[in-house]
Design a protein around this ligand. Sequence first.
Ligand code: GDP
Ligand code: MG
Length: 440
Amino acid sequence: TLSDRLGGVFDKLRGRGALNEDDVRAAMREVRVALLEADVALPVARDFVETVTSRAVGQEVLRSVTPGQQVVKIVNDALVEMLGADSSELDLNVSPPAIVMMVGLQGSGKTTSTAKLAKRLSTKDRKKVLMASLDVARPAAQEQLAVLGRQAGVDTLPIVPGQAPVDIARRALQSARLQGYDVLLLDTAGRLHVDDALMGEMKAVAEVSRPAETLLVVDSLTGQDAVNVAKGFSDQIDLTGVILTRMDGDARGGAALSMRAVTGKPIKFAGTGEGLDAIEPFHPSRVAGRILGMGDVVSLVERAAETIKVEDAEKLAAKMAKGKFDLDDLRMQLDQMKRMGGLGALAGMMPGMKGMKGAMEKAQDTKALVHLEAMLSSMTAKEREKPALINAKRKIRIAKGSGRTVQDVNKLLKMHQEMEGAMKRLKKMGGLGKLAALFG
Ligand code: GDP
Ligand code: MG
């Protein structure tokens, strides 16, 4: 993944204060590869890397993360920013009927997306929706929409054979006005490639229908060609947004960045399956993660940067790397747990650390935390360092000092043992290296 690669690039520069230009350029070569692997179009990847480079050079490295992780975060933030605001949905604030025109290449998912949107608008937003297919090029295209309309419980314009697309659009508009529909969705014909005939047809339809929204439907598996598709359509028609389909597949989502960069229009929805409910508002942060293939690293860096006391974390990391975990460490953990979602949450995010989650979460309850801390404070430094010293007599003393019972002290010691055991097992599995690296 990208974070692994960046880790390699930055391994040698641990401990330096700021990101310098050479380091950043080296990292950006990896970022560029990651973008291209995710199908971001070359010129878009190039521009993006330039922007991020100028932003990253000179930034102070947070002490609690590695430089590699910090760069991942910078790249991610820039990506989210470029992908646009979270889920800007349709703007249908016009006097009805509001027209939504769907355009795109053949097979991109226009007809399916039309029906999905229609269903969403009629059920979720309680709009009265009419759909019309203007696709006279493909046999049975109009019937396809009618079938989907019946499935979605949405009306479709009756089919009149032999009409040209512009005439169907006029008729649809008239029906929508006369019958008081709130929204009219126009599903248009596609071509295998952007060509003049298609663009002429789209322009003519837009002219007569004056759409409130013109949405370009693009298959997220479209690779380097995404730029041409986006250019072809946005040069000729006024797009208002993009729908990215087949996000349920293994596409890395790079087309999203290309679309956004070339059209300058927001990606409004993502298609996530063949069913009529498989559409959702677009989430830039999710897609950014997908493009960079970095899973939860970003949120991890954010949390680490915000909440972990650096010196504590470093001390703990050093000890943990050796598989050592005494009661002082437990105390430090409890303290940090209060400030972040708990090490249980952290462990849940780290591969290979799931086993530790339960033990950590036991201590999560705040009241329990206070009690645990009281008992730990009643111990001597030697006892915390070497829990084996705590015999029956000492347990009584600790219990008295903290207002707890000997049973409570036993529970605390048992929890510590469980955690220590988990640490040792993890060390064997190599999972700790990952956590230690996180604390850099
Ligand atoms: P059009 O030619 O642009 O109208 O494309 P269609 O709407 O007819 O879709 C072509 C094929 O892609 C159909 O088999 C759809 O079921 C499928 N499809 C459309 N959107 C999605 C999606 O988001 N996910 C998946 N898995 N399939 C989709
Ligand atoms: Mg179609």
